[in-house]
Ligand binder design. Structure first.
Ligand code: ZN
Length: 235
């Protein structure tokens, strides 16, 4: 979890496959900031309907990702809940058996989220290739829907697999490090890998003008550095 989620009273709540889901209003704002400009510049379709279609696709993509985590947690008899918010989403455990220390469950639970999106990517890619596209119309742009879906379900899970805590790739790295080095030393290793990877990528992000990406990486790198310091002071 990156940031505390302050409830506003405008959350949407529902259950899917028995898993409680909460959607914070900033989730929709995040989708608008990321894709709004690109979407309204499409030639066909109505701009407002294209925006709604885009948000539905971002919503489905992240929900499928978190459901991947939840399904794998359920396999290990861990109950979970899903929160979609301004930084994306997370599935967190709410009880049940709990994680074992440094075995395959942590790695598989973390990988299940990106995997679910890769499967969705394959479905959208096949549909795009084999189904006839919508003709240009004044309602919805086929191009918007496919572009956003392909981007969300390929680029996001790939970025998520970077070995930086608390991203899924960082969790996978931590799971492996715990397997080889035990819980304490494994966490130190995973934090160092996160800090070095995050720091290098932050510099690259700024060099290539990816400002938000750079700020985001610096933010989680500082958090990881603080975790490392707290970690060391406990012993
Ligand atoms: Zn994830």
């Amino acid at each position: 979890m990156f940031m505390p989620v302050n409830e506003t009273g405008y959350e949407i709540r529902f259950r899917i496959f028995g898993v409680p889901v909460m959607v914070h209003p900033f989730f929709w704002l995040m989708a608008l900031i990321l894709f709004g400009n690109g979407v309204v510049s499409f030639q066909d379709g109505h701009p407002v309907l294209n925006l709604v279609g885009m948000m539905a696709i971002v919503f489905a993509s992240i929900l499928v990702h978190e459901l991947g985590h939840s399904a794998m947690m359920a396999r290990y008899r861990i109950r979970s809940e899903i929160v979609l918010y301004g930084m994306g989403g997370y599935a967190r455990s709410t009880g049940g058996r709990g994680l074992s220390r440094g075995l395959w469950d942590q790695v598989l639970i973390a990988f299940a989220g990106p995997l679910a999106q890769f499967i969705l990517y394959g479905l959208v890619w096949s549909l795009d290739r084999f189904a006839p596209p919508l003709p240009p119309n004044s309602f919805l742009s086929y191009g918007v829907l496919v572009d956003v879906a392909l981007y969300c379900n390929l680029v996001w899970p790939l970025l998520n697999l970077l070995p930086i805590l608390p991203l899924d790739g960082g969790q996978i790295c931590q799971g492996f490090a715990r397997m080889f080095q035990g819980h304490y030393q494994g966490d130190v290793t995973a934090l160092w890998i996160s800090i070095i990877t995050g720091g290098v990528l932050a510099v690259l992000a700024f060099q290539y003008g990816i400002f938000f990406g750079g700020v985001f990486l610096i933010y989680i790198t500082i958090q990881n550095f603080q975790s490392l310091q707290q970690h060391s002071s406990r012993w």
